[in-house]
Design a protein around this ligand. Sequence first.
Ligand SMILES: O=c1ccn([C@@H]2O[C@H](COP(=O)(O)O)[C@@H](O)[C@H]2O)c(=O)[nH]1
Length: 270
Amino acid sequence: MNFATALKNRWRDANSLVCVGLDPEPAKFPPGFTGNADAVFAFCRDIVDATAEYACAFKPQIAHFAARDAEDALSRLIAHIHAAHPGIPVILDAKRGDIGSTAQHYATEAFDRYEADAVTANPWLGRDSVQPFLDRADRGVVILCHTSNPGASDFQDLDAGGRPLYQHVAERVARDWNGNGNCALVVGATWPRQLREVRAIVGDMPLLIPGVGAQGGDVKAVVDNGLASDGAGLLVSSSRAILYASGGDDYAEAAASAAKALRDGINRHR
Ligand SMILES: O=c1ccn([C@@H]2O[C@H](COP(=O)(O)O)[C@@H](O)[C@H]2O)c(=O)[nH]1
């Protein structure tokens, strides 16, 4: 099953637009993990199992694993999600993009090494830099459009021929790059006006929305400005506010409560 279909099924079956971000930071793990050589995997696995019921997708962020020499934990975590929670897509947040010959290896890394259903990609180098991802029709390509961080406006909002640059990204991806129907875009929850404008450009294309929770984005504004015509179309991603909802032994229950609260908060406004 391709990424777009898996996502639609999951939105419907879980009645949830929540994407649970997996950004392991061992310094924030509960004391029970101290001395556990496999803490990154064990903590993330517990979070996955506790929150799966409320998740339309999981989004592991690769730097949080690679910086700790924990690529093996990432592989096992994604394998665990596929085995224990079939039907929940995994988006590898790696923001890849390079000249074609190198991008080909990035596609192999995301889709064959890690078995991710989708990967985030940076469009800055142009179409050939994401072509190896686009060519994998069964997998998703989630392209940065208007990111959630304060510096997003440095370049993404620059006027380019009468329109801001991010609108060109949205239009180009929707019009030219989505021949396989496997594209999605990243738009930060912290930029609701830009979210509304992107939605108007791309129709019902899935939008990955980081920036609620720890970054302070407003859930109602996300729903009001970003919902697709079928009442779905969004992956509202939260990492730290779910992962570290409690620093104690009840971390998994607290994560489940935070994911459920986000799901319900989103659904109240749909
Ligand atoms: O524009 C972007 C793109 C990606 N991210 C990533 O999402 C999570 C956000 O974590 P929170 O703890 O929910 O703030 C993180 O992995 C970022 O690398 C983003 O924040 N903004």
